[in-house]
Design a protein around this ligand. Structure first.
Ligand code: ADP
Ligand code: MG
Length: 620
């Protein structure tokens, strides 16, 4: 038998390595930005075309490379950053594997231009799929420019796997945020398809956070500073009242490197215990400095996971320092006998005259009133929007559905309603002939009797389905009706959030929104869809942004589908909301007028049926 094992040719090995290092344009962005930082640049410019699919270019004013190094930098395991295994334990640079440039050059068209400070001329190299096409002497400023064009040109499967430009740009922006937050002392700018998206001057950390996330962020930041033997914590956490529905403002940096750590995230959440509403997440921008010897970042090539020697201690320090900061700024109730009274009084409250506290007494409360357990004033607690009276434009939410309700009823012929005649006119109110056939259970389910037994509907999921189909129809027919606002609505968003709004702008307009300004952290709305209460607009948009950020849509991503789902989610009747009889019937009738009544837009069961036989069995 002859020998069969062969060493893989370099370009094949590089392609395989590239699979690990480069998943999408954002991975290229990360590697190139980090190289520029390692080269001690003070200004870094990122230029993108088509979310990086056709071009990612990073230009820095760092130390540059000699002609020989420039050529060597594309070899695998070629690095200037470590020399021996020991160096791995005292890393001060971002890179160390010497893999990035080799990997990128294996799967794209790369052009490198570089010059060192004292050299007259620089070097330019062109590589396509690991093959050096040319190397020339060139005139170029000090520093390095790397252009990566046509990513995955030679791996069509990978190229097809890339998501829409909206999604890829989101990933790129995330990377840009992470790197620029970790290095406020470096100036960064970012351009996409010719327009400037960020221009961040070298600044202090607070300014950097504010420049990225919007002017409004400034007032919500609470500084955190803690120096201990094992760990230094510095940075900011967000005041609890500014917590967000998304986790988009949660950043940990360990020794200036962005990391993800569910464990440390838990420590922060623990510090906020009792201060946040359900489903809201604190913002944090925290830098941890530890001895490099006590961490291991070599777990994953993309290097966002990290292992600490003594996680428990870090957890405790982190939690208590965040708690302390929240307390110092009088955000959490604390008893701290050592603190300086003036320090604890935020802003100018100390100059204000104090007032006698007032006490409210429920004069109608009668402790002997037997059954009535809840005093009347408790009614206002924990009752979500719409709870007392249905919104004035309640019916607006159903526009267009009435006419369909009969037609599609037959698809659900097994669900014959007891009072069939009634379903033909959902608004009929000649109460004399009507019998109550629906009621609400636990402010969560609508129960209705049907011929074969009973029907139990999840009110929130069902309403999501109803709104979703209705919205989707409006979006596709582009026939939504707008209600003009008397006073334009002004909302503040960070520029990256606005970018999402911009990308969905035409779909939002089909849904009935009218915008007069989408720029500079400012969104001005002059018209909103009929059926969306003005007070809900910011919730709808926040939810939408959060949905785009979080559930990264898949390939057959459709903006209108996402928008319809998201709006349905924000506008649907919530669990805990009391529905009157008419509303309950609306839900039942409109649900079964839907094309797919049995599941919510996110594929959750909307209703179940309980047959008379099932019920009878239970009595046996
Ligand atoms: P690593 O960063 O892990 O060392 P890379 O493949 O990213 O590996 O880069 C290889 C080498 O090329 C680096 O070690 C560095 O010496 C050089 N290099 C890459 N980018 C730059 C840059 N922007 N400026 C100066 N030198 C660079
Ligand atoms: Mg590198």
């Amino acid at each position: 038998m002859s020998d069969i094992i062969q060493l893989l040719p370099d370009h094949v090995a590089n392609q395989i390595a590239a699979g690990e290092v480069v998943q999408r344009p954002a991975s290229v962005v990360k590697e190139l930005l980090e190289n520029a930082i390692d080269a001690d640049a003070s200004e870094i410019k990122l230029i993108l075309k088509e979310a990086g699919k056709t071009l990612v270019q990073v230009i820095d004013n760092g130390k540059g490379m000699s002609a020989t190094d420039a050529r060597l930098s594309f070899e695998r395991h070629a690095t200037s950053k470590i020399k021996s295994a020991e160096d791995l334990f005292q890393l001060n640079t971002k890179g160390f594997r010497g893999e990035a440039l080799a990997s990128i050059a294996a799967i794209a068209h790369v052009e490198l231009k570089t010059k060192q400070e004292n050299d007259e001329l620089g070097t330019s190299i062109l590589i396509e799929g690991s093959t050096v096409k040319s190397q020339d002497v060139t005139v170029t400023p000090k520093g390095t420019s790397v252009s990566v064009k046509n990513l995955f040109f030679n791996i069509p499967a990978r190229r097809n796997f890339l998501k829409s430009n909206t999604v890829e740009l989101r990933h790129v922006t995330d990377e840009f945020h992470r790197v620029s937050l970790a290095h406020p002392n470096i100036g960064f700018s970012m351009y996409h398809n010719g327009s400037e998206m960020f221009s961040l001057q070298a600044s202090n950390y607070r300014q950097r956070v504010v420049n990225i996330f919007g002017t409004k962020t400034n007032e919500k930041l609470v500084p955190v500073e803690e120096v201990t033997e094992v760990l230094t914590v510095s940075g900011f956490v967000g005041k609890p009242e500014f917590s967000k529905k998304t986790k988009s403002e949660q950043f940990f940096f360990v020794n200036n490197r962005f990391v993800k750590s569910p464990y440390l995230n838990h420590a922060i959440n623990a510090a906020y215990d009792g201060l946040l509403k359900d489903g809201y997440h604190p913002s944090y921008f925290l830098n941890l400095t530890v001895n490099p010897k006590t961490i291991d970042i070599n777990i994953h090539p993309t290097k966002t996971e990290i292992k600490f020697d003594d996680e428990h201690t870090l957890y405790a320090i982190l939690r208590s320092s965040v708690k302390h900061s929240l307390g110092q700024f009088n955000i959490a109730p604390v008893l701290d006998f050592n603190s300086d009274a003036n320090l604890d009084t935020p802003y100018n409250y100390k100059d204000k005259a104090s007032q006698t506290p007032t006490i409210e007494v429920n004069s109608t409360f009668n402790p002997f009133a037997g059954e009535q357990r809840t005093p009347s004033y408790s009614d206002s607690h924990n009752r979500p929007i719409y709870s007392k009276t249905p919104p004035a434009n309640w019916e607006g939410l159903y526009v267009g559905l009435e006419s369909k309700s009969n037609a599609s009823q037959r698809d659900f012929s097994e669900l014959i309603f007891e009072t069939e005649a009634k379903t033909s006119s959902i608004f009929k109110s000649d109460a004399v002939t009507q019998r109550k056939t629906t009621y609400q259970l636990r402010q969560k389910y609508v129960v209705s009797t049907i011929k074969s037994g009973m029907l139990i509907i999840d009110q929130n999921r069902a309403h999501q389905r109803i709104l979703y189909e209705n919205l989707l129809e409006q979006l596709t027919s582009k026939e939504a009706t707008t209600q003009q606002l008397l006073f334009p609505l002004q909302l503040s968003f960070s520029n990256s959030d606005l970018e999402i709004v911009k990308q969905l702008k035409s779909d939002l307009e089909y849904a009935g929104f009218v915008f007069s300004e989408v720029d500079n952290e400012q969104l001005t709305i002059t018209g909103i869809p009929v059926g969306v209460p003005e007070s809900e607009v910011s919730i709808v948009l926040e939810q939408l942004i959060s949905d785009v950020e979080n559930d990264v849509p898949d390939q057959n991503f459709s903006a209108s589908d996402l928008l319809a789902k998201s709006m349905a989610k924000s506008l649907a009747i919530k669990t805990g909301q009391t529905l009157n009889e008419e509303e309950q019937e609306h839900i039942v009738n409109s649900l079964f007028a839907c094309k797919e009544p049995s599941v919510s837009p996110t594929n959750k069961t909307t209703f179940i049926t309980l047959s008379v036989e099932d019920i009878e069995k239970k009595f046996m």
